[in-house]
Design a protein around this ligand. Structure first.
Ligand code: AMP
Length: 292
């Protein structure tokens, strides 16, 4: 496994391995502190491409001024071991100075899709994501790039960006990997106290409960949201940032009648909930066929 810390190094190794573009490149962008969720993306990339590239970069432009940039967890040695086990060929590990040698005067703003859910709670977050992902796509030129549906809004935003800018990369959404009790794996779970870790299971439990309510067509969007919020707030330290039901991938609001009839298009139930200073997100996608 090759470790490239500079753009020059990355390009040299990509050039050598890709045989003038004849070998396909699968790419997994991450911020490191890797877990089985990231590993599932790496394995998926490995099984469908000739060359697999992983990037580990805690991107400062997607963090707000009072967010956890400085304390974001890192463990390079463990990350490299997992990447190696997953068969990654090149790990790109740039320093901030390498990615941003000067402040960028170019912005990548995907409008509309980014003014709700996490975009509303974290102003500027998706501008940072759009900027760094487009820079990384230009450097790596992947045939396919793998993203987790844990960040469903991110998948919708990146897909829109790729379509709008004619970027020649297929976006492959991958299912959320969970702990045995249902908690979605996240690098940020490490922040949780034992007490909050136990309470956090309410997110996935409320999503599973919502699935039953939706399948039974027994509720309107408004009352479903109330039921889900009540369920989350039944644990002592949960503070809801948002719980929303939207069409997917447009993220347009849902017609009130859509839940009481058969679903016509996929519906996303997405939530962000704080336990102390730790903000967790989770979601579930409900398909017209009834599958999740
Ligand atoms: P991050 O390092 O948190 O920026 O995540 C990098 C990629 O891994 C993103 O595409 C995430 O959606 C994905 N990811 C994070 N957690 C999970 C999970 N539990 N299951 C599947 N993919 C995940």
């Amino acid at each position: 496994m090759i470790i490239a810390r500079t753009i020059v190094d990355l390009k040299e190794h990509l050039y050598a391995l890709s045989e003038g573009g004849r070998r396909s490149i699968g790419y997994v962008p991450t911020m490191g502190y890797l877990h089985e969720g990231h590993a599932s993306l790496m394995r998926e990339a490995k099984s469908h491409n000739d060359i697999t590239v992983l990037s580990i970069f805690v991107n400062p432009t997607q963090f707000g001024p009072n967010e956890d940039l400085d304390r974001y967890p890192r463990d390079e040695e463990r990350d490299l071991k997992l990447a190696d086990e997953c068969g990654i060929n090149i790990v790109f590990l740039p320093a901030v100075q390498e990615m941003y040698p000067r402040p960028s005067k170019t912005s990548v703003i995907v409008s509309g899709l980014t003014d709700r859910l996490c975009g509303a709670s974290r102003p500027g977050h998706f501008d940072g994501v759009g900027l760094v992902v487009s820079k990384l796509f230009h450097l790596i030129k992947p045939d396919r790039a793998y993203f987790g549906m844990k960040d469903a809004q991110q998948v919708a935003v990146i897909q829109q960006m790729v379509d709008d800018l004619n970027i020649d990369t297929v976006i492959v959404p991958c299912p959320t990997v969970r702990e045995p009790d249902g908690l979605a794996l996240s690098s940020r779970n490490v922040y949780l106290s034992a007490e909050h870790r136990a309470q956090a299971v309410v997110l996935s439990q409320s999503l599973a409960q919502a699935k039953t309510w939706i399948e039974e067509e027994a509720t309107t969007a408004g009352s479903l949201l109330s039921l889900v919020k009540d369920r989350i707030e039944s644990v002592p330290d949960a503070v809801i940032d948002y719980v929303e039901l939207l069409q997917y991938p447009s993220l347009d609001p849902l017609n009130e009648h859509e839940l009481t009839h058969k679903l016509e298009s996929p519906v996303l139930l997405a939530m962000a909930v704080k336990f102390g200073t730790t903000r967790l997100i989770d979601n579930s996608l409900y398909h017209p066929s009834g599958g999740v």
